[in-house]
Design a binder for this molecule. Structure first.
Ligand SMILES: Cc1cc2nc3c(=O)[nH]c(=O)nc-3n(C[C@H](O)[C@H](O)[C@H](O)COP(=O)(O)OP(=O)(O)OC[C@H]3O[C@@H](n4cnc5c(N)ncnc54)[C@H](O)[C@@H]3O)c2cc1C
Length: 431
Protein backbone atom coordinates (compact mmCIF):
# COMPACT_ATOMS: atom_id res chain seq x y z
CA UNK A 1 0.00 0.00 0.00
CA UNK A 2 1.35 3.43 -0.90
CA UNK A 3 1.89 5.91 1.94
CA UNK A 4 0.33 8.72 -0.15
CA UNK A 5 -3.05 7.00 -0.16
CA UNK A 6 -2.98 6.16 3.53
CA UNK A 7 -2.06 9.79 4.37
CA UNK A 8 -4.95 10.99 2.22
CA UNK A 9 -7.44 8.88 4.19
CA UNK A 10 -5.88 9.86 7.53
CA UNK A 11 -6.08 13.52 6.50
CA UNK A 12 -9.81 13.20 5.71
CA UNK A 13 -10.49 11.49 9.04
CA UNK A 14 -8.38 13.91 11.11
CA UNK A 15 -9.86 16.98 9.40
CA UNK A 16 -13.39 15.65 10.00
CA UNK A 17 -12.61 15.19 13.72
CA UNK A 18 -11.10 18.70 13.86
CA UNK A 19 -14.11 20.27 12.14
CA UNK A 20 -16.46 18.31 14.42
CA UNK A 21 -14.78 19.91 17.46
CA UNK A 22 -14.80 23.38 15.85
CA UNK A 23 -18.50 22.98 15.06
CA UNK A 24 -19.32 22.96 18.77
CA UNK A 25 -20.01 26.37 20.28
CA UNK A 26 -18.98 24.81 23.58
CA UNK A 27 -16.49 21.95 22.90
CA UNK A 28 -16.79 20.80 26.54
CA UNK A 29 -20.13 19.29 25.50
CA UNK A 30 -18.16 16.47 23.85
CA UNK A 31 -16.94 15.35 27.30
CA UNK A 32 -20.20 16.13 29.05
CA UNK A 33 -22.24 14.02 26.62
CA UNK A 34 -19.79 11.28 25.59
CA UNK A 35 -22.34 8.76 24.27
CA UNK A 36 -24.02 11.31 22.01
CA UNK A 37 -20.62 12.60 20.84
CA UNK A 38 -19.39 9.10 19.97
CA UNK A 39 -22.59 8.56 18.01
CA UNK A 40 -22.12 11.84 16.10
CA UNK A 41 -18.44 11.33 15.26
CA UNK A 42 -19.17 7.70 14.24
CA UNK A 43 -21.70 8.89 11.69
CA UNK A 44 -19.31 11.50 10.26
CA UNK A 45 -16.37 9.09 9.99
CA UNK A 46 -18.70 6.37 8.68
CA UNK A 47 -19.74 8.67 5.83
CA UNK A 48 -16.10 9.54 5.07
CA UNK A 49 -15.23 5.82 4.83
CA UNK A 50 -18.35 5.23 2.70
CA UNK A 51 -17.17 7.96 0.29
CA UNK A 52 -13.69 6.39 0.11
CA UNK A 53 -15.23 2.98 -0.59
CA UNK A 54 -16.88 4.46 -3.72
CA UNK A 55 -13.77 6.40 -4.71
CA UNK A 56 -11.63 3.25 -4.46
CA UNK A 57 -14.01 1.23 -6.62
CA UNK A 58 -13.96 3.89 -9.36
CA UNK A 59 -11.27 2.08 -11.38
CA UNK A 60 -9.57 5.38 -12.25
CA UNK A 61 -6.03 4.68 -13.50
CA UNK A 62 -4.59 7.34 -11.16
CA UNK A 63 -5.79 5.36 -8.11
CA UNK A 64 -2.87 2.96 -8.63
CA UNK A 65 -0.43 5.88 -8.31
CA UNK A 66 -1.98 6.99 -5.03
CA UNK A 67 -2.82 3.68 -3.34
CA UNK A 68 -0.73 1.02 -5.14
CA UNK A 69 -1.73 -1.76 -7.52
CA UNK A 70 -5.39 -2.49 -8.26
CA UNK A 71 -5.53 -5.50 -5.91
CA UNK A 72 -4.40 -3.21 -3.07
CA UNK A 73 -6.94 -0.58 -4.13
CA UNK A 74 -9.71 -3.21 -4.01
CA UNK A 75 -8.54 -4.55 -0.64
CA UNK A 76 -8.64 -1.02 0.75
CA UNK A 77 -12.08 -0.57 -0.83
CA UNK A 78 -13.29 -3.61 1.13
CA UNK A 79 -11.71 -2.36 4.37
CA UNK A 80 -13.20 1.15 4.04
CA UNK A 81 -16.59 -0.35 3.16
CA UNK A 82 -16.54 -2.55 6.27
CA UNK A 83 -15.39 0.30 8.52
CA UNK A 84 -18.13 2.55 7.20
CA UNK A 85 -20.73 -0.11 8.04
CA UNK A 86 -19.34 -0.64 11.58
CA UNK A 87 -19.29 3.12 12.24
CA UNK A 88 -22.77 3.74 10.86
CA UNK A 89 -24.17 0.89 12.97
CA UNK A 90 -22.29 2.34 15.97
CA UNK A 91 -23.89 5.73 15.29
CA UNK A 92 -27.31 4.10 15.55
CA UNK A 93 -26.48 1.97 18.63
CA UNK A 94 -24.94 4.88 20.57
CA UNK A 95 -27.93 7.08 19.71
CA UNK A 96 -30.27 4.43 21.16
CA UNK A 97 -28.10 4.26 24.29
CA UNK A 98 -28.15 8.02 24.58
CA UNK A 99 -31.94 8.17 24.45
CA UNK A 100 -32.69 5.13 26.63
CA UNK A 101 -35.70 6.08 28.72
CA UNK A 102 -36.88 8.71 26.22
CA UNK A 103 -39.72 6.91 24.47
CA UNK A 104 -40.46 9.74 22.01
CA UNK A 105 -36.88 9.79 20.69
CA UNK A 106 -36.63 5.99 20.64
CA UNK A 107 -39.80 5.82 18.54
CA UNK A 108 -38.33 8.37 16.12
CA UNK A 109 -35.10 6.37 15.85
CA UNK A 110 -36.62 2.94 15.46
CA UNK A 111 -39.89 3.35 13.60
CA UNK A 112 -40.71 5.20 10.39
CA UNK A 113 -43.12 8.07 11.07
CA UNK A 114 -43.88 11.68 10.17
CA UNK A 115 -40.32 12.97 10.47
CA UNK A 116 -38.54 12.87 7.08
CA UNK A 117 -35.00 13.29 8.41
CA UNK A 118 -35.29 10.32 10.80
CA UNK A 119 -37.11 8.22 8.18
CA UNK A 120 -34.20 8.77 5.80
CA UNK A 121 -31.75 7.61 8.46
CA UNK A 122 -33.80 4.46 9.10
CA UNK A 123 -34.09 3.75 5.36
CA UNK A 124 -30.35 4.29 4.86
CA UNK A 125 -29.42 1.93 7.66
CA UNK A 126 -31.79 -0.89 6.75
CA UNK A 127 -31.08 -0.71 3.03
CA UNK A 128 -27.36 -0.87 3.85
CA UNK A 129 -27.97 -4.00 5.97
CA UNK A 130 -30.04 -5.53 3.16
CA UNK A 131 -27.41 -4.96 0.46
CA UNK A 132 -24.62 -6.17 2.72
CA UNK A 133 -26.41 -9.33 3.84
CA UNK A 134 -27.30 -10.25 0.25
CA UNK A 135 -23.58 -10.06 -0.56
CA UNK A 136 -22.38 -11.89 2.54
CA UNK A 137 -24.97 -14.61 2.95
CA UNK A 138 -25.76 -15.75 -0.57
CA UNK A 139 -23.36 -17.49 -2.93
CA UNK A 140 -23.72 -15.09 -5.82
CA UNK A 141 -22.17 -15.39 -9.25
CA UNK A 142 -19.45 -12.79 -9.72
CA UNK A 143 -21.54 -10.60 -12.07
CA UNK A 144 -24.46 -10.54 -9.60
CA UNK A 145 -22.07 -9.81 -6.78
CA UNK A 146 -20.84 -6.78 -8.76
CA UNK A 147 -24.37 -5.58 -9.59
CA UNK A 148 -25.50 -5.78 -5.97
CA UNK A 149 -22.33 -4.03 -4.84
CA UNK A 150 -23.23 -1.13 -7.10
CA UNK A 151 -26.60 -0.77 -5.39
CA UNK A 152 -24.80 0.52 -2.27
CA UNK A 153 -25.47 3.90 -3.88
CA UNK A 154 -29.08 3.61 -2.58
CA UNK A 155 -28.25 3.47 1.17
CA UNK A 156 -25.53 6.04 0.52
CA UNK A 157 -28.05 8.46 -1.01
CA UNK A 158 -30.45 8.00 1.92
CA UNK A 159 -27.51 8.60 4.27
CA UNK A 160 -26.43 11.81 2.51
CA UNK A 161 -30.00 13.10 2.41
CA UNK A 162 -30.45 12.29 6.12
CA UNK A 163 -27.17 14.06 6.88
CA UNK A 164 -28.30 17.19 5.00
CA UNK A 165 -31.78 17.56 6.45
CA UNK A 166 -31.33 16.57 10.09
CA UNK A 167 -30.47 19.45 12.45
CA UNK A 168 -26.85 18.72 13.39
CA UNK A 169 -23.29 20.09 13.44
CA UNK A 170 -23.35 19.84 9.63
CA UNK A 171 -26.34 22.15 9.25
CA UNK A 172 -24.87 24.52 11.84
CA UNK A 173 -21.25 24.69 10.70
CA UNK A 174 -20.61 25.45 7.03
CA UNK A 175 -16.92 24.33 6.83
CA UNK A 176 -17.90 20.85 8.07
CA UNK A 177 -20.78 20.69 5.57
CA UNK A 178 -18.52 21.78 2.69
CA UNK A 179 -15.80 19.30 3.65
CA UNK A 180 -18.27 16.41 3.80
CA UNK A 181 -20.02 17.43 0.59
CA UNK A 182 -16.67 17.44 -1.23
CA UNK A 183 -16.21 13.80 -0.24
CA UNK A 184 -19.80 13.03 -1.23
CA UNK A 185 -19.25 14.64 -4.65
CA UNK A 186 -16.13 12.50 -5.20
CA UNK A 187 -18.14 9.40 -4.25
CA UNK A 188 -20.93 10.19 -6.75
CA UNK A 189 -18.46 11.04 -9.54
CA UNK A 190 -16.66 7.73 -8.89
CA UNK A 191 -19.89 5.75 -8.96
CA UNK A 192 -21.14 7.48 -12.14
CA UNK A 193 -17.77 6.95 -13.84
CA UNK A 194 -17.51 3.27 -12.88
CA UNK A 195 -21.12 2.26 -13.56
CA UNK A 196 -22.19 4.51 -16.44
CA UNK A 197 -19.19 6.10 -18.15
CA UNK A 198 -16.42 3.50 -17.78
CA UNK A 199 -17.82 1.01 -20.33
CA UNK A 200 -17.82 3.77 -22.98
CA UNK A 201 -15.05 6.16 -21.96
CA UNK A 202 -12.73 3.89 -19.95
CA UNK A 203 -9.36 2.85 -21.44
CA UNK A 204 -10.78 0.57 -24.15
CA UNK A 205 -8.93 -1.17 -26.99
CA UNK A 206 -10.33 -3.40 -29.72
CA UNK A 207 -8.32 -6.45 -30.80
CA UNK A 208 -8.95 -9.53 -32.93
CA UNK A 209 -7.95 -13.14 -32.32
CA UNK A 210 -5.25 -13.85 -34.87
CA UNK A 211 -4.44 -17.37 -33.72
CA UNK A 212 -4.88 -19.60 -30.70
CA UNK A 213 -3.78 -22.95 -29.39
CA UNK A 214 -5.34 -25.17 -26.75
CA UNK A 215 -2.79 -27.28 -24.87
CA UNK A 216 -3.52 -30.68 -23.26
CA UNK A 217 -3.35 -29.15 -19.77
CA UNK A 218 -6.27 -26.82 -20.67
CA UNK A 219 -4.15 -23.72 -21.21
CA UNK A 220 -5.34 -21.60 -24.13
CA UNK A 221 -2.75 -19.31 -25.67
CA UNK A 222 -4.24 -16.50 -27.75
CA UNK A 223 -2.43 -14.13 -30.05
CA UNK A 224 -4.27 -10.83 -30.58
CA UNK A 225 -3.74 -8.08 -33.13
CA UNK A 226 -5.32 -4.73 -33.74
CA UNK A 227 -5.80 -2.46 -36.71
CA UNK A 228 -6.67 0.37 -34.33
CA UNK A 229 -4.75 1.87 -31.44
CA UNK A 230 -2.49 -0.53 -29.58
CA UNK A 231 -2.90 -0.66 -25.83
CA UNK A 232 0.23 0.88 -24.29
CA UNK A 233 1.36 -1.25 -21.34
CA UNK A 234 4.31 -2.15 -19.16
CA UNK A 235 5.56 -5.74 -19.06
CA UNK A 236 3.64 -7.79 -16.50
CA UNK A 237 0.52 -5.60 -16.47
CA UNK A 238 -2.97 -7.00 -16.97
CA UNK A 239 -6.17 -6.02 -18.74
CA UNK A 240 -9.86 -6.82 -18.36
CA UNK A 241 -10.80 -8.83 -21.43
CA UNK A 242 -14.17 -9.56 -23.06
CA UNK A 243 -14.64 -11.74 -26.15
CA UNK A 244 -17.31 -11.17 -28.81
CA UNK A 245 -17.95 -14.83 -29.44
CA UNK A 246 -21.22 -16.76 -29.48
CA UNK A 247 -20.21 -19.40 -26.96
CA UNK A 248 -18.52 -17.04 -24.47
CA UNK A 249 -20.24 -14.97 -21.78
CA UNK A 250 -20.03 -11.22 -22.45
CA UNK A 251 -18.08 -10.45 -19.29
CA UNK A 252 -14.79 -8.74 -18.59
CA UNK A 253 -12.24 -10.93 -16.80
CA UNK A 254 -8.72 -9.93 -15.78
CA UNK A 255 -5.77 -11.55 -17.56
CA UNK A 256 -2.06 -10.74 -17.46
CA UNK A 257 -0.46 -9.83 -20.75
CA UNK A 258 1.89 -12.69 -21.56
CA UNK A 259 3.88 -10.77 -24.17
CA UNK A 260 6.30 -7.88 -24.11
CA UNK A 261 5.22 -4.36 -25.09
CA UNK A 262 8.00 -4.57 -27.68
CA UNK A 263 6.26 -7.49 -29.44
CA UNK A 264 3.98 -6.90 -32.43
CA UNK A 265 1.17 -9.05 -31.08
CA UNK A 266 -0.46 -9.17 -27.72
CA UNK A 267 -0.59 -12.60 -26.12
CA UNK A 268 -2.82 -14.04 -23.41
CA UNK A 269 -2.47 -17.43 -21.77
CA UNK A 270 -5.63 -18.58 -20.02
CA UNK A 271 -6.08 -21.66 -17.89
CA UNK A 272 -9.57 -23.12 -18.31
CA UNK A 273 -10.97 -23.99 -14.90
CA UNK A 274 -14.21 -22.04 -14.36
CA UNK A 275 -17.27 -21.13 -16.45
CA UNK A 276 -15.79 -18.28 -18.44
CA UNK A 277 -12.27 -19.59 -18.91
CA UNK A 278 -13.60 -22.97 -20.12
CA UNK A 279 -15.79 -21.19 -22.68
CA UNK A 280 -12.70 -19.41 -24.05
CA UNK A 281 -11.73 -22.79 -25.56
CA UNK A 282 -14.56 -22.29 -28.11
CA UNK A 283 -13.07 -19.04 -29.46
CA UNK A 284 -12.57 -18.72 -33.23
CA UNK A 285 -9.96 -16.95 -35.30
CA UNK A 286 -11.05 -13.44 -36.30
CA UNK A 287 -13.37 -12.93 -33.33
CA UNK A 288 -13.21 -9.66 -31.44
CA UNK A 289 -11.61 -9.13 -28.03
CA UNK A 290 -12.15 -5.89 -26.10
CA UNK A 291 -9.42 -4.97 -23.63
CA UNK A 292 -9.85 -2.44 -20.82
CA UNK A 293 -6.59 -1.41 -19.23
CA UNK A 294 -3.76 -1.68 -18.65
CA UNK A 295 -3.69 -2.08 -14.87
CA UNK A 296 -1.21 -3.33 -12.31
CA UNK A 297 2.06 -2.29 -10.75
CA UNK A 298 3.58 -5.76 -10.47
CA UNK A 299 6.64 -5.06 -12.61
CA UNK A 300 7.24 -1.50 -11.41
CA UNK A 301 10.39 -2.45 -9.46
CA UNK A 302 11.57 -4.94 -12.10
CA UNK A 303 13.17 -1.87 -13.69
CA UNK A 304 15.36 -1.32 -10.58
CA UNK A 305 19.01 -2.24 -10.97
CA UNK A 306 18.69 -4.86 -8.22
CA UNK A 307 18.75 -8.48 -9.42
CA UNK A 308 15.27 -9.98 -9.66
CA UNK A 309 14.10 -13.42 -8.65
CA UNK A 310 10.87 -14.34 -10.44
CA UNK A 311 8.92 -17.16 -8.80
CA UNK A 312 6.03 -18.55 -10.85
CA UNK A 313 3.58 -21.35 -10.14
CA UNK A 314 1.39 -22.83 -12.91
CA UNK A 315 -0.50 -20.20 -14.90
CA UNK A 316 1.22 -17.57 -12.71
CA UNK A 317 3.97 -17.62 -15.35
CA UNK A 318 1.97 -15.20 -17.57
CA UNK A 319 3.18 -11.82 -16.22
CA UNK A 320 6.75 -13.17 -16.20
CA UNK A 321 6.49 -14.15 -19.88
CA UNK A 322 5.93 -10.47 -20.63
CA UNK A 323 8.67 -9.32 -18.26
CA UNK A 324 11.29 -11.81 -19.42
CA UNK A 325 10.62 -11.26 -23.11
CA UNK A 326 10.99 -7.53 -22.46
CA UNK A 327 14.21 -8.17 -20.51
CA UNK A 328 15.59 -10.14 -23.47
CA UNK A 329 14.89 -7.37 -25.99
CA UNK A 330 15.76 -4.31 -23.91
CA UNK A 331 18.84 -2.71 -22.40
CA UNK A 332 17.70 -3.87 -18.96
CA UNK A 333 19.72 -7.07 -19.40
CA UNK A 334 22.90 -4.98 -19.41
CA UNK A 335 22.37 -3.71 -15.87
CA UNK A 336 20.92 -6.60 -13.89
CA UNK A 337 20.37 -10.36 -13.62
CA UNK A 338 17.08 -12.19 -13.56
CA UNK A 339 16.53 -15.65 -12.06
CA UNK A 340 13.32 -17.45 -12.98
CA UNK A 341 11.97 -20.30 -10.84
CA UNK A 342 9.00 -21.90 -12.56
CA UNK A 343 7.07 -24.55 -10.69
CA UNK A 344 4.72 -26.78 -12.71
CA UNK A 345 3.24 -30.19 -12.01
CA UNK A 346 4.93 -32.05 -14.86
CA UNK A 347 6.30 -31.78 -18.38
CA UNK A 348 2.76 -31.64 -19.91
CA UNK A 349 1.94 -28.55 -17.84
CA UNK A 350 5.13 -26.84 -18.93
CA UNK A 351 3.75 -25.40 -22.17
CA UNK A 352 6.25 -22.54 -22.28
CA UNK A 353 9.37 -24.67 -21.82
CA UNK A 354 10.72 -24.19 -25.35
CA UNK A 355 10.19 -20.43 -25.31
CA UNK A 356 11.83 -20.02 -21.89
CA UNK A 357 14.80 -22.15 -22.88
CA UNK A 358 15.30 -20.15 -26.06
CA UNK A 359 15.24 -16.90 -24.09
CA UNK A 360 17.73 -18.20 -21.53
CA UNK A 361 20.10 -19.26 -24.34
CA UNK A 362 19.67 -15.81 -25.86
CA UNK A 363 20.39 -13.92 -22.63
CA UNK A 364 22.80 -16.52 -21.27
CA UNK A 365 24.75 -14.49 -18.76
CA UNK A 366 21.95 -12.49 -17.25
CA UNK A 367 19.08 -14.93 -17.05
CA UNK A 368 19.01 -18.20 -15.17
CA UNK A 369 16.14 -20.61 -15.67
CA UNK A 370 15.09 -23.17 -13.04
CA UNK A 371 12.13 -25.41 -13.81
CA UNK A 372 10.67 -27.50 -11.00
CA UNK A 373 8.32 -30.38 -11.82
CA UNK A 374 6.53 -30.80 -8.50
CA UNK A 375 5.44 -34.41 -9.25
CA UNK A 376 9.11 -35.36 -9.58
CA UNK A 377 11.10 -32.73 -7.65
CA UNK A 378 8.69 -31.86 -4.82
CA UNK A 379 7.52 -28.36 -3.91
CA UNK A 380 9.48 -25.25 -4.70
CA UNK A 381 10.58 -23.50 -1.50
CA UNK A 382 12.99 -20.79 -0.35
CA UNK A 383 15.61 -23.46 0.48
CA UNK A 384 15.65 -24.53 -3.18
CA UNK A 385 16.11 -20.90 -4.25
CA UNK A 386 18.89 -20.40 -1.70
CA UNK A 387 20.71 -23.52 -2.93
CA UNK A 388 20.51 -22.25 -6.49
CA UNK A 389 21.47 -18.62 -5.83
CA UNK A 390 23.55 -18.66 -2.65
CA UNK A 391 23.19 -15.08 -1.40
CA UNK A 392 19.53 -14.03 -1.21
CA UNK A 393 19.80 -10.50 0.17
CA UNK A 394 19.84 -7.38 -2.04
CA UNK A 395 17.47 -8.99 -4.53
CA UNK A 396 13.85 -8.35 -5.43
CA UNK A 397 11.40 -11.26 -5.27
CA UNK A 398 8.41 -11.33 -7.61
CA UNK A 399 5.80 -14.00 -6.90
CA UNK A 400 2.83 -15.11 -8.98
CA UNK A 401 1.00 -18.40 -8.61
CA UNK A 402 -1.42 -20.22 -6.31
CA UNK A 403 -2.06 -18.14 -3.19
CA UNK A 404 -0.86 -20.84 -0.81
CA UNK A 405 2.42 -21.19 -2.70
CA UNK A 406 3.02 -17.41 -2.65
CA UNK A 407 2.24 -17.19 1.08
CA UNK A 408 4.51 -20.14 1.95
CA UNK A 409 7.49 -18.92 -0.06
CA UNK A 410 7.04 -15.32 1.12
CA UNK A 411 7.04 -16.38 4.77
CA UNK A 412 10.12 -18.58 4.21
CA UNK A 413 11.89 -15.65 2.53
CA UNK A 414 11.00 -13.37 5.44
CA UNK A 415 12.49 -15.94 7.84
CA UNK A 416 15.67 -15.69 5.77
CA UNK A 417 15.63 -11.94 6.53
CA UNK A 418 14.40 -10.73 3.16
CA UNK A 419 12.58 -7.45 3.89
CA UNK A 420 8.84 -7.56 3.14
CA UNK A 421 9.19 -4.51 0.87
CA UNK A 422 11.39 -6.58 -1.48
CA UNK A 423 8.73 -9.28 -1.91
CA UNK A 424 6.18 -8.33 -4.57
CA UNK A 425 3.04 -10.34 -5.39
CA UNK A 426 0.56 -10.59 -8.22
CA UNK A 427 -2.66 -11.96 -6.78
CA UNK A 428 -4.89 -13.66 -9.39
CA UNK A 429 -7.67 -14.17 -6.85
CA UNK A 430 -8.61 -10.58 -6.01
CA UNK A 431 -12.13 -9.44 -6.85
C1 LIG B 1 -4.54 -9.46 -12.04
C2 LIG B 1 -5.03 -10.80 -12.54
C3 LIG B 1 -4.38 -11.41 -13.59
C4 LIG B 1 -4.81 -12.66 -14.03
N1 LIG B 1 -4.15 -13.26 -15.07
C5 LIG B 1 -4.53 -14.48 -15.49
C6 LIG B 1 -3.85 -15.12 -16.56
O1 LIG B 1 -2.92 -14.58 -17.16
N2 LIG B 1 -4.27 -16.35 -16.93
C7 LIG B 1 -5.31 -16.99 -16.30
O2 LIG B 1 -5.64 -18.11 -16.68
N3 LIG B 1 -5.97 -16.41 -15.27
C8 LIG B 1 -5.61 -15.17 -14.86
N4 LIG B 1 -6.30 -14.57 -13.84
C9 LIG B 1 -7.41 -15.29 -13.20
C10 LIG B 1 -8.68 -15.17 -14.05
O3 LIG B 1 -9.09 -13.83 -14.14
C11 LIG B 1 -9.79 -15.98 -13.39
O4 LIG B 1 -9.36 -17.31 -13.37
C12 LIG B 1 -11.07 -15.92 -14.16
O5 LIG B 1 -11.61 -14.62 -14.13
C13 LIG B 1 -12.05 -16.90 -13.53
O6 LIG B 1 -13.25 -16.88 -14.23
P1 LIG B 1 -14.11 -18.21 -14.48
O7 LIG B 1 -15.50 -17.81 -14.76
O8 LIG B 1 -13.45 -19.07 -15.47
O9 LIG B 1 -14.00 -18.99 -13.12
P2 LIG B 1 -15.04 -19.06 -11.93
O10 LIG B 1 -14.79 -20.36 -11.25
O11 LIG B 1 -16.42 -18.77 -12.36
O12 LIG B 1 -14.54 -17.89 -11.03
C14 LIG B 1 -13.47 -18.10 -10.15
C15 LIG B 1 -13.26 -16.82 -9.36
O13 LIG B 1 -12.78 -15.82 -10.26
C16 LIG B 1 -13.31 -14.56 -9.89
N5 LIG B 1 -14.04 -13.96 -11.02
C17 LIG B 1 -15.07 -14.48 -11.71
N6 LIG B 1 -15.46 -13.61 -12.66
C18 LIG B 1 -14.64 -12.55 -12.57
C19 LIG B 1 -14.54 -11.31 -13.27
N7 LIG B 1 -15.36 -11.00 -14.27
N8 LIG B 1 -13.60 -10.43 -12.88
C20 LIG B 1 -12.78 -10.71 -11.85
N9 LIG B 1 -12.81 -11.86 -11.16
C21 LIG B 1 -13.73 -12.76 -11.51
C22 LIG B 1 -14.22 -14.78 -8.73
O14 LIG B 1 -13.47 -14.53 -7.56
C23 LIG B 1 -14.54 -16.23 -8.77
O15 LIG B 1 -14.81 -16.72 -7.49
C24 LIG B 1 -5.91 -13.31 -13.40
C25 LIG B 1 -6.57 -12.67 -12.36
C26 LIG B 1 -6.14 -11.43 -11.93
C27 LIG B 1 -6.87 -10.76 -10.81
Amino acid sequence: MRKKGIFLIIFSLAATCGLFILAKTNPAIIIQKPVLSISQISSLLGMIFFCYAFFLSGRFSFLENIFGSLDKVYKLHQITGRLSFILIISHFIFLIFNYLGNSVMLKLLLLPGQNLSYNLGILGLWSMCLVLSSILYSSLEYQWFMRIQRSFIIPFTFGVWHMLVIPSDISRYMPLAIFLLLHVAVAYVSWIYRVILYPFFGPRFEYKVESFQVFPNDVIVLSLTTEGKKMPFLPGQFAYVKFESLGIKKEFHPFSIASSPLDDKLRLAIRAFGDFTTQVKTIKIGEKATLMGPYGKFSERFFDRKDSVCIAGGIGITPFLGMINYFKDSKLKEVKNVHLFYSVRNETDNVFRQELEEISVNVQQNLSLNIIHTEKDGRLDAGFIQNALGELKEKLYFLCGPKIMMEDIASQLKKLRIPARNIIYEDFSFQ
